[in-house]
Design a protein around this ligand. Structure first.
Ligand SMILES: CC(C)(COP(=O)(O)OP(=O)(O)OC[C@H]1O[C@@H](n2cnc3c(N)ncnc32)[C@H](O)[C@@H]1OP(=O)(O)O)[C@@H](O)C(=O)NCCC(=O)NCCS
Length: 147
């Protein structure tokens, strides 16, 4: 399966909403949230599409001064463990380097072993914790990577 990565545009959003609901059923991003990323000058969002043009993964971040903040990264459950999360993150890191960012920050739910494993593989390190950040239940782990 060949996946091509593109900058997010309006045509991706229907598929992204489906992936989002599967990945984050409790609090999925809405159409309005994705649309506002298209208008947002500090946002960079990449989408992986298959040969049929369907989106199968995506990742986004905000670039603020010299620091990037990963806002979302998701791979359709039918396409997991194929290296797509890694590819998405690698491309986001590439954009950060091109734009001379010095650091990338993110938040991840405590216990999300897949995502934490992915970030650790890229050298992100835990630097803090927000208690009961998700649903007033789960802690958020703050991670950072110096570029
Ligand atoms: C996290 C996520 C993006 C990983 O995507 P993926 O395409 O399946 O991951 P990859 O195949 O690129 O794996 C890359 C690395 O991530 C880690 N990883 C991925 N899935 C994992 C799992 N289920 N358990 C532990 N580590 C895992 C491993 O280190 C893996 O490297 P390896 O293959 O050499 O072991 C995917 O599981 C997902 O969309 N999860 C739901 C959304 C989410 O939680 N996003 C993160 C929000 S902070």
């Amino acid at each position: 399966m060949k996946i091509k990565f593109e900058l997010m545009n309006e045509s991706h959003i229907d598929d992204m909403l489906k992936i989002e609901k599967k990945c984050f059923p409790d609090e999925p991003w809405t159409r309005k949230m994705f649309e506002s990323e298209l208008e947002n000058m500090i946002s960079a969002f990449l989408v992986g599409v298959d040969e049929s043009g369907a989106a199968v993964c995506f990742g986004g971040m905000w670039l603020i001064a010299d620091t990037a903040e990963i806002t979302n990264i998701a791979v359709d459950p039918d396409h997991r463990r194929l290296g797509l999360g890694q590819k998405t993150l690698s491309l986001l890191c590439g954009i950060c380097r091109e734009r001379c960012m010095s650091r990338i920050n993110l938040e991840v739910r405590d216990g999300n072993d897949a995502a934490i494993g992915l970030y650790e593989k890229f050298g992100f390190e835990p630097v803090g914790r927000r208690k009961k950040y998700y649903d007033n239940k789960f802690d958020a782990i703050l991670m950072t990577k110096k570029l």
